[in-house]
Design a protein around this ligand. Structure first.
Ligand SMILES: [Zn+2]
Length: 308
């Protein structure tokens, strides 16, 4: 690169010219504004309201937000499945978005008086204010394609979809509801794992939800587990992998520990596509991968087939 900083990446043709040479700085015009300020008259400015466009992070295709939504929040170009929350899943699944929410007011306590960068109590109130959610899962029941279904759907935007005592309790109560009403149970998982701020209380939820699922199985009510991007940690190690059908969205990250931890533990490089839904299915842990656009039809179909 020219040592006089004319910013040419190759040695510039004027290499070693003194700084005072006028020729040496010809490139600098690119960085100098010839006109100052914005000169477009107001009537010529184009309106582009916020949130009108969606840009796919995978293939960079740009589409109208409305088109993206109509496409079940998947990219029209490469079928990338955008991460969505319970509001969107409920809207996609329940007929006419009609459902009854279960235990909507349940919020987390702070049994350990936990404090990291801020108090856990404050973190909860801040997240409730920011997301409009009470905790990392919402549960409800209604009709999906005319079939009664109880759904528990996790929200990653609430402290990384972490499983604390509220998540465990709401899921346990939703399972009880499915058992009593004899409706198919669907859990949509999206989680970073256990909620560290609740330590042991968080880990107990794995046993609690698994025990309730055993009761559900005893009552012969089917349970479908949908794993979405990402499903990891204590959630994978409990209810997410206990479905009569374990299904996943395309290319979701599914695993227990992260790839770096595994690589360091086994001291080997990991195979390509490791922990993707496709890889997990190939190794026998998933029944099928479902495109989000077909999800409602598949759930209604499973309910019809299993519940008669
Ligand atoms: Zn795309």
């Amino acid at each position: 690169m020219c040592r006089f900083f004319c910013l040419q990446l190759r040695p510039c043709p004027y290499l070693c010219q003194p700084v005072s040479s006028s020729r040496h700085y010809t490139g600098m015009a690119w960085f100098t504004r010839s006109e100052k300020g914005i000169s477009t008259p107001t009537e010529n400015k184009l309106e582009a309201p916020d949130g009108l466009w969606y840009k796919c992070p995978e293939c960079k295709a740009v589409m109208l937000t409305r088109v993206h939504k109509e496409n079940a929040y998947t990219c029209t170009g490469c079928n990338y499945h955008e991460r969505i929350g319970s509001v969107e899943y409920f809207e996609l699944l329940f007929d006419d978005n009609q459902f009854t929410e279960l235990n909507p007011e349940l919020t987390s306590g702070d049994p350990l008086g936990f404090k990291d960068t801020k108090d856990y109590k404050n973190r909860i109130t801040d997240t409730i204010r920011k997301t409009g959610l009470k905790d990392a899962v919402r549960t409800g029941y209604g009709l999906v394609g005319g079939q009664p279904v109880t759904i528990a759907c996790m929200d990653f935007s609430f402290i990384g979809g972490s499983m604390g005592s509220v998540v465990g309790e709401k899921i346990a109560r939703a399972i009880d509801h499915a058992r009593q009403s004899r409706s198919l149970m669907l859990i949509i998982s999206k989680s970073g794992g256990a909620r560290m701020m609740e330590a042991g209380f968080s880990l107990m939820q794995m046993a609690k939800t698994s025990a309730r699922l055993a009761l559900l199985a005893e009552a012969k009510v089917p349970y479908v587990s949908l794993l979405t991007d990402p499903t990891t940690g204590g959630v994978t190690a409990s209810y997410a992998m206990l479905g009569d059908f374990n299904i996943a969205e395309p290319k979701s990250l599914i695993g227990f520990a992260g790839p770096r931890v595994i690589r360091e533990t086994i001291g080997k490089d990991l195979p390509a596509g490791f922990q993707s839904a496709e890889f997990v299915k190939e190794h026998g842990f998933l029944d099928f991968i479902v495109d989000r656009k077909e999800l409602k039809g598949r759930i209604a179909g499973l309910s019809k087939m299993l519940m008669g």
